[in-house]
Ligand binder design. Structure first.
Ligand code: HEM
Length: 397
């Protein structure tokens, strides 16, 4: 049977926006999702390890950094979840025929994401409002390390399920055989050659972004505790450096796992794709260079340069990732063929809501940062428990 006959058509309604604009919003939306999502994915593991190593001394930098990360995690989770909705909307619109089909084939694990997310999100709150509340003890720190590890395994599973779906949607030739094999919605894309390197690439990136996040905490603390700030910047840069160096073989493995005719687009086969790929390689080298300086001498300008370079690098990688999807799907799924009837009023409502959401999240972040600064005498129970939890991160001077 002709493969294209198996691919569901688009809905009969025209697109509400030009396709290029939806692709752009998909890219930007995913960028805003990817930044906090990386901290969620890597931050839990790092916080767990830091709690473990600093469990016997609440004044150790390791323990204090673990607390800083643990307290901020619910905020990053909330950012990741809310900012996931934007790419989800545009992914469904632009690549619905592929995305819905792969989601149905793996319906059980896909819907399971919600349950895992709820459980992991809840654990992140238990850690800061129950486990770490009140007087410090080695036992509490060990329990926090364990709980954060469990939470992180949950988030790692979510990322793995996402990578399965994002790769299964690229392979229409797999859909019918999988469905014929079992119509249970229990499939994963386990036999996919790019699955392991792609997931490893994401996981290493999440550790690198967590390193940058620790460094940012260091920048924030600089006036209140210079030595701790210096330690955070150096340790964060080292974590970034180690994971980015590991990213080199992982990235090469990822490139090699792609079908050769698609990998060729990144290596000179297409000017735009190759230029973006080359730019990301250059940015990687720059980020490594700046982070070496920051890791060695704790230089703030070098750290900020590494941070900025890394932020642009993630964007270029996300563009390449999107181009790869287009290369895979171009023969089968053609969003450009769908009629467009632009609904500017809907776009305006979407943009206003997106800006309002970001403003709300910024307000929420500021509220959290204020909790770091408040004295422990506040009567409000929620703030008090958070404040007592944060007290050892940045002891008031
Ligand atoms: C907080 C836990 C989450 C983690 C750890 C996570 C992780 C990931 C990862 C690793 C990817 C990339 C997969 C790949 O391409 O290989 C991804 C993509 C994506 N995530 Fe999340 N995610 C989380 C929550 C969510 C939520 C709750 C939503 C929706 C509301 C969401 C929406 C998306 C979308 C739409 C994409 C694909 C975007 C695109 O392909 O352009 N994520 N996520």
């Amino acid at each position: 049977m002709e493969l294209t006959n198996l691919i569901p058509g688009y809905q009969p309604l025209p697109f509400p926006l030009p396709t290029w604009l939806m692709q752009l919003l998909l890219l930007l939306g995913f960028y805003l999702h990817a930044l906090p999502m990386n901290v969620v994915l890597g931050g839990g593991f790092v916080a767990s390890a830091l709690f473990f190593f600093g469990r016997s001394d609440k004044t150790s930098y390791s323990y204090r950094a673990a607390k800083a990360l643990a307290v901020s995690l619910p905020l990053f989770i909330s950012f990741a979840v809310t900012q996931g909705i934007v790419p989800l909307l545009f992914l469904q619109l632009v690549y619905g025929p592929a995305f819905y089909t792969s989601s149905i084939l793996m319906a059980a694990p896909w819907l399971g994401v919600l349950a895992i997310l709820l459980a992991s999100y809840y654990i992140s709150y238990i850690v800061i409002y129950r486990t770490l509340k009140g007087e410090y003890s080695t036992k509490k720190a060990s329990v926090a390390a364990l709980l954060l590890l469990v939470m992180s395994i949950g988030f790692a599973a979510i990322g793995y399920i996402f990578t399965n779906n994002m790769t299964l949607m690229l392979h229409p030739e797999k859909w019918l055989p999988l469905y014929q094999q079992a119509a249970t919605g229990m499939h994963m894309n386990s036999a996919e050659p790019q699955l392991a390197p792609r997931y490893l690439h994401t996981f290493l990136a999440s550790l690198a972004v967590t390193g940058m996040t620790l460094g940012c905490f260091g920048l924030y603390m600089v006036k209140r505790d210079e030595k701790f700030s210096d330690w955070m910047i150096k340790s964060g840069s080292r974590l970034f450096l180690a994971s980015t160096l590991l990213q080199i073989p992982a990235g090469l493995w990822y490139l090699k796992s792609l079908p050769p005719h698609l990998a060729a687009y990144f290596l000179g086969g297409d000017n735009l794709i190759t230029t973006i790929f080359a730019a990301s390689m250059l940015l990687t080298l720059l980020a490594i260079l700046f982070s070496v300086i920051a890791a060695l001498i704790g230089s703030k300008p070098a750290f900020i340069a590494a941070l900025t370079t890394n932020a642009i690098l993630i964007l270029t990688m996300i563009i390449n990732r999107h181009q790869l999807r287009m290369l895979y799907l171009n023969p089968y799924v053609k969003p450009d063929s769908v009629a467009v009837s632009t609904q500017w009023d809907l776009l305006a409502i979407f943009l206003v809501s997106a800006v309002a959401l970001i403003a709300y999240l910024v307000w929420l972040s500021k509220l959290m940062l204020r909790a770091f600064k408040k004295p422990i005498t506040n009567d409000d129970s929620t703030t008090t428990s958070l404040t007592s939890t944060t007290a050892e991160i940045a002891p008031s001077t």
